[in-house]
Design a binder for this molecule. Structure first.
Ligand code: MG7
Ligand code: MG
Length: 318
């Protein structure tokens, strides 16, 4: 019934209502028009302009598994290694009970929290010092959770690899666990880079974490500035950001203002209490969604248009 030709009438324009994954009951959007506009920018711009920035813990891994088995965080995987010194677990738990309430305190201003978080990561690194540690034990622990990735993670990473879209996995957790789990799950491909805290060894003994420290409040692209990865992606101005914590929404801070950023937030805990904040921080909020269906659907749209324009393009297997 609309008579005037607008952008929306163009052949190939994608509408939210035609993307089933975005019309599910548990998929919420504060501003669907904005999401629709960005999706069309992504589809028109093609894979060459895309990059993905994703959190790891409870974003690539599930928040809830079918068998009800709790998935440990990347720090948790390390902390449960049996060969750690007797007092380690006790001391690391003390730190957790001191600092975690500060991390989630809804009243304390962020600048005050930053100091505490730096203290926490620093003391944690000090505890992880001065004893021998065999990384094979960490591999063995991490391997137990390689099936705890969101449904569709393999397919998503396969598509990202085929389309040569860089993926930054940005974690304030323990990078060794992240890489080990992703390797054992066969998703640690050449287009994937993990920026996180990695164990450091000195004279055969553990010596805390390598620098720079990545904590929950400096987890954004500004910590990468000038680095190799930054060079690779700074011209890719179409960005999908994925995370399960509010702070994850800012992971692409530091990219040029002209960029188009689509933020996907996985909300699981205290859904009602958190809904408003998540709706404000993320463009798409997925409530208790343990799949990669939404990012997969977006990638499929980009992929399909790309195939139409370049029907003979390499499929990446050559
Ligand atoms: N987190 C931060 N630190 C630790 C630690 O030493 N042990 C454990 N178990 N957890 C820690 O992925 C980032 C999350 O990891 C937690 C130093 C924090 O709660 C943070 O949100
Ligand atoms: Mg997380």
């Amino acid at each position: 019934t609309e008579s005037n030709e607008s952008q929306e009438d163009r052949v190939g324009y994608v509408r939210i209502q035609d993307i089933p994954q975005l019309n599910q009951e548990h998929c919420r959007m504060r501003d669907p028009q904005r999401v629709e506009r960005i999706i069309n920018e992504f589809v028109c711009g093609g894979p060459e302009r895309m990059q993905i920035v994703s959190d790891f813990d409870y974003t690539i891994t599930k928040q809830r598994t079918d068998d009800g088995v709790a998935v440990p965080s990347s720090f948790g995987i390390f902390n449960s290694c049996k060969s750690l010194p007797d007092n380690f677990k006790e001391e690391i738990d003390k730190l957790f009970h001191k600092y975690h309430p500060i991390e989630i305190d809804p009243h304390m201003p962020i600048p005050d929290k930053v100091q505490y978080m730096i203290e926490w990561w620093t003391q944690s690194g000090k505890l992880a010092s001065g004893f021998a540690f065999d990384l094979a034990e960490l591999d063995q622990m991490a391997g137990q959770f390689k099936h705890a990735l969101r449904d569709g993670t393999h397919e998503l990473f396969e598509a990202l690899q085929r389309l040569q879209i860089p993926v930054l996995v940005f974690s304030a957790g323990l990078g060794n666990s992240v890489v080990s789990l992703m390797q054992q799950a066969n998703i640690m491909q050449p287009n994937v880079k993990v920026v996180s805290n990695f164990l450091r060894f000195r004279d055969g003994l553990l010596d805390g974490f390598q620098e720079p420290m990545i904590h929950i409040f400096n987890k954004n692209e500004t910590v990468l500035e000038g680095g190799e990865y930054y060079e690779l992606v700074h011209t890719r101005d179409h960005i999908i950001v994925m995370g399960d914590s509010l702070g994850d929404a800012d992971m692409a801070a530091g990219v040029p203002a002209s960029s188009h950023i689509l933020r996907i937030g996985f909300l699981f805990h205290h859904v009602e209490a958190n809904m408003e904040k998540y709706m404000n921080a993320f463009d798409i909020v997925l409530v208790d969604d343990q799949t990669m269906s939404v990012p997969q659907a977006l990638l499929a749209l980009i992929d399909n248009r790309h195939q139409m324009r370049h029907p003979h393009a390499s499929n990446g297997t050559a």
